[in-house]
Design a protein around this ligand. Structure first.
Ligand SMILES: NC(=O)c1ccc[n+]([C@@H]2O[C@H](COP(=O)([O-])OP(=O)(O)OC[C@H]3O[C@@H](n4cnc5c(N)ncnc54)[C@H](OP(=O)(O)O)[C@@H]3O)[C@@H](O)[C@H]2O)c1
Length: 232
């Protein structure tokens, strides 16, 4: 692991065992940043990450479990995502209430930064994806809460609203960013979403930003820092 020169402090990754979350862990480790993962399934986290990260097991429905996990971390990155219409993996439980609980407990113990994977089209109540238990609306409610809680008290947030997610290596695309939820289609690698949130940890210009992002063209990138230049 390289020496950590870019960001001091431990980062808790929620949803770390997911496809984007795994990339968040990899990119944090690439920069030598200490990682703690919060997972509902210890064996899965162990299988994926071995001993290279701290593993805190718990339920996103439990404030007690979350409070334990966030304690001692400087930042939290959430790549949580629902996978069923009802029950404990539903949009209401995960995308809204899980993220809200995470933000509240993090702020309470002094976490300074919150990074969130949201989605393009979260402001569009009429979007067909809302047929899946109102998933976009739930994400929007969580976003609003994160913006409220993490824009005061020396805290900050960065919310990434990706287009369709695909797999592939990071830093292989020039990205197109926009604000105001005006994009209708486009794809982006999960690894680049992760990279954007990891770089946001140390970039002043990434503070308190919410933005949409998709691929523009295939082109190797040295970093994604410049994506934050055009976001107002
Ligand atoms: N798919 C797209 O095209 C697209 C587009 C825009 C935005 N997004 C959003 O981007 C985010 C990341 O997507 P992804 O494809 O990386 O998601 P993913 O692979 O499905 O990962 C989701 C993560 O959430 C966790 N999770 C789900 N239910 C949970 C629960 N009840 N308690 C605790 N953890 C729970 C999963 O844990 P386990 O590993 O334990 O299951 C996993 O770590 C999601 O919020 C998704 O909605 C997706």
């Amino acid at each position: 692991m390289p020496e950590n020169t870019v960001y001091k402090g431990k980062v808790l990754v929620a949803g770390a065992t997911g496809r984007t979350g795994q990339w968040v862990v990899k990119r944090l480790q690439h920069y030598g940043i200490p990682v703690r993962v919060f997972s509902r399934e210890r064996e899965k986290a162990l299988r994926l990450f071995g001993e290279s990260v701290e593993i805190f097991t718990g339920k996103i429905q439990s404030s007690v479990d979350i409070a334990h996990a966030v304690k001692g971390c400087e930042a939290v990155i959430s790549a949580l995502g629902s996978s069923s219409v009802t029950g404990e993996s539903s949009p209401g439980d995960v995308d809204r209430d899980g993220v809200i609980r995470l933000a509240d407990e993090a702020a309470r113990v002094g976490v300074k930064k919150f990074g969130l994977v949201s989605s393009m089209a979260v402001t569009r109540w009429y979007h067909p994806l809302n047929l899946f238990a109102g998933v976009l609306l739930k994400k929007w409610e969580a976003e609003e809460h994160v913006r409220k809680v993490f824009s005061t008290g020396g805290r900050s947030y960065t919310i990434v609203r990706p287009g369709g997610l695909q797999d592939g290596e990071p830093l292989h695309h020039k990205l197109h960013v926009d604000v105001g939820d005006r994009l209708w289609s486009g794809w982006i690698n999960r690894s680049d979403v992760a990279e954007l949130l990891v770089e946001a940890l140390w970039l002043e210009k990434a503070k308190n930003k919410t933005f949409e992002v998709i691929n523009e063209s295939e082109e190797l990138q040295a970093s994604l820092e410049h994506c934050y230049d055009t976001i107002s």
